[in-house]
Design a protein around this ligand. Structure first.
Ligand code: ATP
Ligand code: MG
Length: 559
């Protein structure tokens, strides 16, 4: 059998199942619990499930695992749909909920009772835990384990009818209290919860457990390959047990793959929720969050995320992937499509003393250095300009090719200038440079042979637009914040820096969320929530170069 290069182990299984005729259509599902926003780990699962569906002309369901009333919110449901669509996938008419099957699941539970493999237990939650045993000791049978079918049916119906308080009874599978797999020690199938459900209201006061509801929902939908993360490996015998007992028409197969974890951040909805509760970030879509909503607002293109998880690959090995791998995908994607602009993040005034007062020249600038098709724009040049504070050094080392006292530099798309005088305030801080310009050196005119080593960006002071620019950094100071007891202790206090920047006037026309490159600085986009025509707010998507790769590699190697 030919094995296409790059086919991961799940795609290989699917390929073989199609070749052998075991299946003629592939059906998968992405089953989020709507108790938070989706994160980069979910991108992996979405791309895998919808990806193998598309690749094989199959079908993929978006199924909400809504078996936990109380924790789920409409806001999360809306966010999940927006995010999956934004990534470029569509479930068509296959939007379902575990709660769609509550009646069928209930009927199947009665069937388990009739088969003699499920019973109503009156033990308290604590007693059940005690009876369960440990990894090294077998559990004990509940005294209620051998109730008759009639008695069990009667009790289970009364559970449904609301006769009992929460926690007084549960329905359990009768499997094996001595099983080395704790999941097989008579797991709970139904519990009583007098709690309204966001979809079924007060219709139910008993709710099925995930392990039970999930596998059967898979079977009801004709899922062929139920792809989940490795923590469910120990649950597979139970997944199969329910199918063995109930023999549904379609028999899904559960296959586990490893979770995708990203260094310097966390991928757990619960923990991400804590960051919001503790005001570390402004919300689920804070651009520092590894949520899809956060990454979208930050300016990461959907394609870059898809590309990233593809490169990370589907495996069985746990992995903590370097943030730089994700950022490289973002850079690669933006490199070709983002137009170039000039902006000064930390402005320092430059006055060209020999440039006529009041004169303005329009300088032609390429929108993309490697792609003339992206056109040009005009940038106003005048006597007073802003340059980047970093591009000037008073006591500069020999190899500093930007501006220094007496030194020369080219202004991109402009002229060569020479620093004649440094002006400081009372504290000795440099506040202005007095420079001369060489009129023979205008860019693109070719009138002067003169060359200088450095080129810097600038913005005309009287034409520049003020903007608030947010510079983001890692949320945490260590690669794996999950390894410490309290991840709040390893937060990076400098994950957000805000600067008052000056932008070239062409940036006034930038659309919401549109990404551009500020030359020499990085990729930026307007903030989809706070940017307006009157008050420009930009986010730094990613820097141009990877200043983190080395540090990250070292930190990850040393644990
Ligand atoms: P969280 O711990 O963040 O709540 P979860 O696994 O409980 O994650 P679900 O909403 O239940 O979140 O997950 C939906 C699907 O996404 C599941 O099939 C799950 O296995 C998968 N998934 C969740 N996190 C990751 C991850 N880090 N890498 C790959 N797949 C993931
Ligand atoms: Mg979960």
């Amino acid at each position: 059998m030919s094995d296409a290069p790059g086919r991961d182990f799940i795609r290989q299984i699917i390929f073989e199942d199609l070749e052998s005729g075991k299946h003629d259509e592939i059906v998968t599902r992405f089953p989020p619990e709507p108790n938070g926003y989706l994160h980069i780990g979910h991108v992996m699962s979405i791309c895998l499930n919808f990806g193998v569906g598309e690749e094989n002309d199959g079908r993929t369901f978006l199924r909400y695992d809504d078996t936990n009333p109380g924790k789920e919110k409409q806001e999360y449901v809306d966010a999940i749909e927006r995010d999956v669509h934004w990534l470029g996938f569509d479930w068509g008419d296959r939007l379902t909920h575990a709660s769609d099957y509550f009646e069928r699941l209930y009927e199947s539970a009665e069937k388990l009772i009739e088969l003699g493999v499920a019973y109503v237990d009156d033990l308290s939650a604590e007693e059940i835990r005690e009876y369960r045993g440990t990894l090294t000791e077998p559990g004990k049978n509940s005294p209620y384990r051998d109730r008759s079918v009639e008695e069990n049916i009667d009790l289970f119906r009364r559970m449904r009818a609301g006769e009992f308080e929460d926690g007084t009874h549960v329905l359990r599978a009768k499997i094996d209290m001595a099983s080395p797999n704790m999941n097989m020690r008579d797991p709970t199938i139904y519990r009583i919860r007098h709690l309204d459900h966001q979809r079924t209201g007060d219709k139910w006061c008993i709710y099925p457990m995930y392990d039970y509801a999930h596998g059967l929902s898979d079977a009801y939908e004709g899922i062929t390959h139920s792809l989940c993360t490795l923590e469910f490996e120990d649950h597979r015998p139970l997944y199969d047990w329910f199918l063995d007992q109930l023999k549904p028409e379609h028999r899904p197969r559960q296959i586990e793959f490893s979770r995708l974890n990203l260094a310097y951040t966390i991928t757990s909805k619960r923990k991400l929720g804590l960051l919001i509760e503790n005001d570390v970030v402004s919300g689920w879509d804070d651009p520092r969050m590894p949520t899809i909503a956060g990454m979208r607002r930050r300016g990461y293109p959907a394609l870059a995320l898809r590309d990233f998880v593809k490169r990370a690959g589907v495996t069985k090995k746990d992995k903590l992937i370097e943030m730089s791998a994700l950022e490289n995908c973002v850079r690669e994607d933006l490199g070709d499509i983002a137009e170039r602009r000039m902006a000064v993040l930390r402005p320092l005034k430059v006055v060209l003393t020999n440039y006529p007062e009041g004169q303005v020249e329009m300088m032609e600038a390429m929108n993309h250095p490697n792609n003339p098709d992206m056109g040009t724009r005009e940038i106003p040049f005048s006597r007073e300009l802003w340059i980047e504070q970093d591009d000037f050094m008073e006591e500069a080392p020999r190899k500093f090719f930007r501006l220094k006292p007496g030194g020369e530099v080219r202004l991109r798309f402009g002229y060569i200038i020479k620093c004649e005088e440094v002006i400081k305030d009372a504290d000795g801080k440099v506040i202005e440079l007095r420079c001369s310009y060489d009129p023979e050196t205008r860019s693109g005119t070719g009138t002067s042979e003169r060359k200088v080593k450095g080129t810097i960006h600038w913005v005309s002071a009287s034409h520049g637009i003020p903007a608030m620019v947010r510079l983001y950094d890692r949320l945490f100071t260590i690669p794996d914040p999950n390894t410490v007891d309290d991840f709040m202790e390893v937060l990076n206090p400098d994950s957000l820096e805000t600067v008052d920047a000056i932008l070239e006037p062409a940036l006034a026309d930038l659309g919401s969320g549109e990404a551009i490159q500020f030359e020499r600085l990085g990729y930026f986009c307007t903030d989809s929530t706070e940017h307006s025509a009157d008050a420009a707010v930009f986010n730094r998507i990613v820097t141009l170069r990877d200043s983190w790769a080395k540090i990250e590699k070292q930190a990850m190697q040393s644990g």
